[in-house]
Design a protein around this ligand. Sequence first.
Ligand code: IMP
Ligand code: MG
Length: 173
Amino acid sequence: MLKLAREPLISAKEIDKRLDSLAEALKACKFDVILSALTGGYIFTADLSRRIASPHLHIAFIKASSYGKSTESSDKVQIYGLGDLELKGKRILLIDDILDTGKTMKALLQTLSEFAPVSIKTCVLLNKESRRITDCHADFVGFEIEDKFVVGYGLDYANDYRTLPDIWTLEEV
Ligand code: IMP
Ligand code: MG
């Protein structure tokens, strides 16, 4: 059975503070469009984008799905919502909740490059560097974390825990 750790790994207050500095760095890059990977990135994207607060910055959501009811990612990454995207000649900021093995990010970057954007930069709230099995990296990272399964602030386990304001480690009991 899995349960939440006794204390949050990253508190809502710490997230708040980090997002301020992250947004400052992103503002300087003058992106045309944020592409956000649902579902895990929804709170991060909302909180970050309103800090960037640039009138002509567009937002679009895609869905990348590689997880079932497990804490291990499956090999097949399915991507939905690409149909009506206009990305040709655009400077894209791709946002996801967490960079783990990198399979999801790799699949997203490969697919998005087919839309002939000018550039694609990546931003994740959390980076588990030690888990990487692809050549993917994030250009902007909120927090580096250890190899632990985490939930809250948008991140889920089988769709539970997403609405918790802090980030928690999920532990086996
Ligand atoms: P990757 O393809 O292995 O890099 O996994 C990336 C995706 O798996 C993320 O977008 C998350 O949706 C999910 N994921 C990876 N690690 C965690 C975690 O610790 N908690 C919740 N979701 C995770
Ligand atoms: Mg995800």
